[in-house]
Design a protein around this ligand. Structure first.
Ligand code: NAD
Length: 365
């Protein structure tokens, strides 16, 4: 093909795949295509210094390949840090399937995808994520053993929410110890945003300890269920930020710590399960510090889900998974101490501790 026959897009030198990969030090990108079954997927292996790269498969209607690539690069890097700080012998990876999870799921698609994972011979281990579910992973499992998050019936770990909730609860107690001088949550006022899977378990643990719980959801029936079980007080979703509480626990969506909500917060601790809680890390991490609010980094306190699926690799054992998730207490305390000693935000402290472990224990690249 001559230069003249190339389209404008083909001669566009502003986008370099290798620049993208090298920017955040990814090891490998695998582009998976099987047109016959409509499979278009990208697997990103960020770092295998501590062990095989484990991370879920997201299925989403990405508007462009570039958008899908950007997402998988960002998410896989996050998994390296999450596994490292959780003390797991796992690396970071993630995958995206380009497609509509409501319309495009077939056995053929997930099995074709499973064969690509099998081809990586264990360098990447997958799990469910946004847009994928346990039945999808069971199709993947028909082609490869490098998949976690399958049902209990098939020897897997099933729903991770109780383990995630335990990690959040223990992380919250660690914050209380540092902020209030005692890790008891008795009579502490805790507001929870979201009345989903994690919140249901979390509210039970808090109620058992005698905390006063306020809970909101956009679906009233979910709130009612938790109120009936725990005696929590239901709150209108718009009012959750204004409550006069000790601890705010975001367990719904990402980005809820932002320039609109932080000025309203009266809590002195933020500790919840949602991913990507800080709308912009630098700006909103600093806003929390300026208000004297202690922030438990999201990817550390919600690592119970990852700990749960990681347990499948050694033969799933629920009590071991819960035991490991309760160690999030110590991890959060370490991070809070490190942040205090170095005068840095907690999300920076957790990144530093993850990097320290990668360099100390991992094979340095
Ligand atoms: P879920 O879908 O069961 O619950 C989320 C709840 O938030 C839903 O009930 C939803 O209606 C509610 N919600 C949405 N928007 C809201 C709003 N504006 N105000 C109040 N409520 C709102 O999800 P989950 O499994 O409980 O997970 C909760 C969060 O924790 C998610 O962000 C998830 O990514 C994260 N997380 C979950 C796990 C896990 O093991 N389930 C692990 C790690 C991270």
């Amino acid at each position: 093909m001559t230069e003249e026959t190339l389209t404008q897009q083909e001669v566009d030198t502003s986008f370099s795949l290798f620049d993208q990969i090298e920017q955040k030090e990814h090891e490998q990108i695998i582009v998976c295509s099987e047109p016959k079954v409509g499979l278009r997927a990208i697997i990103a292996i960020h770092n295998t210094a501590l062990g095989p790269a484990l991370g879920g498969t997201r299925m989403w209607t990405y508007k462009s390949d570039k958008e899908a690539l950007r997402d998988v690069l960002r998410l896989s890097r996050g998994m390296t840090y999450k596994a490292a700080v959780a003390g797991l012998n796992l690396g970071g990876g993630k995958a995206v399937i380009i497609g509509d999870p409501q319309k495009d799921k077939t056995e053929a698609l997930f099995r074709a995808y499973g064969r690509f994972i099998e081809g990586l011979a264990g360098r990447y281990i997958t799990a469910e994520d946004v847009g994928t579910s346990i039945p999808d992973m069971e199709w993947v499992r028909m082609e490869t053993k490098y998949v976690t998050g399958i049902s209990r019936a098939l020897g897997g770990s099933g729903d991770p929410s109780s383990v995630t909730a335990l990690g959040v609860y223990m992380g919250m107690k660690a914050c209380a110890k540092k902020q209030f001088g005692s890790d008891s949550l008795k009579n502490k006022k805790v507001s929870i945003q979201g009345a989903g899977h994690v919140s249901a378990y979390l509210a039970e643990m808090l109620a058992k300890e005698g905390a006063k719980i306020y809970i909101s959801d956009i679906f009233q029936d979910k709130v009612t269920k938790i109120i009936e079980k725990t005696g929590a007080i239901g709150v209108d979703p718009d009012n959750i930020y204004d409550l006069d509480v000790d601890i705010y626990s975001p367990c719904a969506l990402g980005g809820t710590l932002n320039s609109d909500t932080i000025p309203k917060l009266k809590a002195s601790i933020v500790a919840g399960s949602a991913n990507n809680q800080l709308d912009t890390e630098e700006i909103h991490g600093q806003m929390l510090i300026d208000k004297g609010i202690m922030y438990a980094p999201d990817y550390v306190i919600n690592a119970g889900g990852l700990i749960n699926v990681a347990n499948e690799l050694e033969g799933y054992n629920s009590s071991r998974a819960h035991e490991q998730a309760s160690r999030i207490y110590d991890v959060i305390l370490d991070i809070l101490d490190h942040a205090e000693n170095r005068g840095i935000p907690t999300y920076v402290a957790s990144n530093e501790l993850a990097e320290h472990r990668l360099h100390q224990i991992g094979r340095i690249k």
